[in-house]
Design a protein around this ligand. Structure first.
Ligand code: PMP
Length: 334
């Protein structure tokens, strides 16, 4: 197959049975490899869909300047899509951005707008949104993607992974287990699958310390899942259950994933694997479980795959969960 452009390589990702990692479980666990997308993550899907639909219906003029508050996968994906579509792109980021992501956005030709002032909560979220609004006022022709409220975000996953899963699987799964930040991936896939599989149980995986499902905020380090504000897109009533996973648990599961399956994935992939391990341990009947692995491991060499970082996260984990210290010691020895 010869593609017209790299954007035609977005989607069509394979599903892998994780039979080595879950060998001792009665559950069948399958993972759709969104990390195979050309920009390196699941965010290629909304970036491409939102820009192409916007160009087609005129809501994004062909000479637009795209702006988004993102320092991670969406910014990288938008930088790639804008390059191909001849649009300018500016990522509004804060000092917490990883040096690797900053360089990747620059390599794709994206502009960086760095905010340095903290907001009233002590974070940068409000300052970043203020800067986006300032750019919209100052530069005519600027269009804000606004991933937390943009309906095309979840629609990209509905028509993308949702359609592909129904095409590739011959029978329903019992559980869909997905990491959540904007909730676009979860809602898009769940809404499409439920049309064909009404009995599907939807499990959201959130970062410990994220406020998405009403828990109190606390420090967390891994980007990808979780949020410090509740997205306009999130409909909690469509989620059957929420599992919170902390940075340490995510990293341990990432290392198991590469060790047992040879899949080198990012932090939120570890989060969903850790959540599925917890779910399987609790289920009395055999179940079929589907997840997605959102991005690759290279962007996490300084965190998930760094031993010094892992040991800091382990100390934090033990301090917050003193009752679990025994389990972890046993688990690590095994
Ligand atoms: N995992 C990773 C690595 C991500 O970058 C994102 C998007 N921030 C997610 C999971 C969650 O996706 P969504 O925003 O669609 O909820």
């Amino acid at each position: 197959m010869i593609l017209d452009s790299i954007l035609d390589g977005v989607g069509g990702t394979p599903i892998v049975r994780l039979s080595r990692l879950f060998r001792d479980s009665r559950c069948e666990v399958m993972a759709k490899m969104e990390l195979c997308n050309p920009g390196g993550s699941v965010k290629d899907r909304p970036a491409r869909y939102i820009v192409e639909r916007g160009l087609a219906d005129g809501s994004i003029p062909s000479d637009a300047h795209i702006v988004e508050s993102s320092s991670g996968n969406l910014a990288i994906a938008l930088a790639m899509v804008c390059r191909l579509r001849g649009l300018r792109f500016t990522a509004v980021v804060d000092p917490k951005i990883s040096p690797t992501n900053l360089e990747i956005i620059r390599c794709y030709g994206g502009n960086i707008e760095l905010v340095t002032e903290k907001d009233r909560q002590g974070g940068y979220l409000e300052t970043r949104i203020e800067r986006v609004k300032q750019l919209l006022r100052e530069r005519p022709g600027t269009v804000w993607i606004n991933q937390y409220a943009n309906e095309r975000n979840w629609q990209s996953h509905y028509h993308g992974e949702g359609e592909e899963i129904l095409r590739d699987l011959d029978r329903p799964v019992d559980y869909l287990v997905l990491g959540v930040s904007t909730s676009g991936t979860l809602h898009g896939i769940a809404r499409r699958l439920r049309e064909s599989w009404p009995g599907l149980k939807v499990v959201a995986v959130d970062a410990a310390g994220s406020v998405l499902f009403g828990a109190p905020p606390c420090p967390r380090e891994l980007p990808g899942i979780g949020a410090s504000r509740v997205p306009e897109l999130l409909r909690r009533e469509e989620v059957g259950e929420v599992i919170h996973i902390d940075d340490y648990e995510s990293a341990v599961a990432c290392r198991e994933l590469v060790d047992r399956e040879g899949i080198f994935a990012g932090g939120s992939s570890g989060s969903v694997i850790a959540a599925i391990q917890r779910l399987c341990a609790r289920l009395s009947d055999a179940a079929r479980i589907l997840t997605i692995l959102p991005d690759r491991g290279e962007r996490y060499l300084d965190t998930v795959y760094n031993d010094e970082w892992l040991s800091r996260m382990r100390d934090r984990h033990l301090a917050r969960n003193p009752e679990r210290s025994l389990d972890l010691t046993v688990g690590q020895a095994a």
